[in-house]
Design a protein around this ligand. Structure first.
Ligand code: GLN
Length: 285
């Protein structure tokens, strides 16, 4: 280890971090920089501009604790408390799923269906950090977003994110999927519900080990919540209203089938940017 705590330069600490995080491969350099920047409470550009600076002892201790936690698998987003989604920097906590790029595909598909200047109410069911609701609220200021979650603690994170980005067109409600929603009122319902099967081995790998089980896992091979939402949303959507559901890469056939069975029109399935089937769309009759 170069130097003793309190004497190592930024450059030496970054080299130490790259070595500690070597198992991350190409990501090691960036993650070491992000963790040192976080411990310093400075932007990454600061440490790249001043490689010979020596930070305070407490900063070095904090940085090394972060490296240790990251090396043990704690997701980067939970260590920094931040994740970028749709150009919004969001607070994330271990109560929330970490927003993923796949979910930006759902936002794109929703925006294609909600014209600029669109008015009306759109609900994001199981909002977590608020990612989908806040992205839509920022792009379509004429819409009123209702962001729901079953967990009041999670909803506090979403609310803080709305305030951080000055998004006044978002309201929040503790809710179990569609149950408390008004009938026939919604222009669109969107959701990234839990859809991982309880037996999926991915739950023992990577970030998923640290994310809230309730936000990831659904019974019935991951389809239980997708089914509940598809069925319940029919009542809440206005005639012609849009339903958009994120799902697992291998659930496209099952989700399309349950949307058709539930009586939706224009049922279609869309791939994400990695080429995997990911978002089902449909309209209420
Ligand atoms: N896309 C996540 C994953 O498999 C799962 C998110 C979810 O269940 N909604 O990593």
């Amino acid at each position: 280890m170069p130097g003793t705590a309190g004497e190592a330069t930024y450059a030496a600490l970054l080299a130490e971090g790259r070595a500690r995080l070597a198992a991350l491969g190409e990501g090691a350099r960036l993650e070491a920089e992000l963790l040192l920047a976080h411990a310093l409470e400075r932007p990454r550009s600061h440490l790249l501009a001043w490689p010979q600076r020596i930070p305070k002892h407490a900063v070095v201790a904090h940085y090394r604790a972060l490296l240790g936690a990251r090396a043990d698998g704690t997701p980067l987003a939970y260590l920094t408390g931040r994740r970028e989604f749709w150009s919004l920097e969001l607070e994330v906590t271990p109560h929330t799923l970490i927003p993923r790029p796949e979910t930006e595909r759902l936002v794109e598909l929703a925006l294609e269906r909600l014209a600029p200047g669109a008015r009306g109410a759109v609900a994001d069911l199981g909002t977590g950090s608020g990612a989908i609701a806040l992205a839509l609220a920022s792009e379509r200021p004429g819409l009123i977003l209702l962001a729901t979650d079953r967990d009041p603690g999670t909803l506090r994170v979403a609310r803080a994110n709305a305030m951080r980005h000055n998004l006044a067109n978002v309201t929040f409600a503790v809710a179990d999927w569609c149950a408390p929603l008004a009938s026939g009122q919604f222009t669109a319902l969107v959701s990234n519900p839990p859809y991982v099967a309880p037996s999926d081995p991915h739950l023992e790998q990577g970030d998923l080990r640290f994310e809230p089980h309730a936000a990831l896992v659904a019974s019935d091979a991951g389809l239980a919540d997708l089914r509940t939402i598809a069925t319940g949303a029919r009542r809440c959507l206005a005639p012609g209203g849009h339903l958009l559901l994120e799902h697992g890469y291998d659930q496209s056939g099952a989700v399309v089938e349950l949307l058709v069975e539930a009586g939706y029109l224009d049922v279609a399935d869309h791939r994400d940017h990695a080429g995997m089937p990911r978002v089902a769309t449909a309209r209420a009759p």
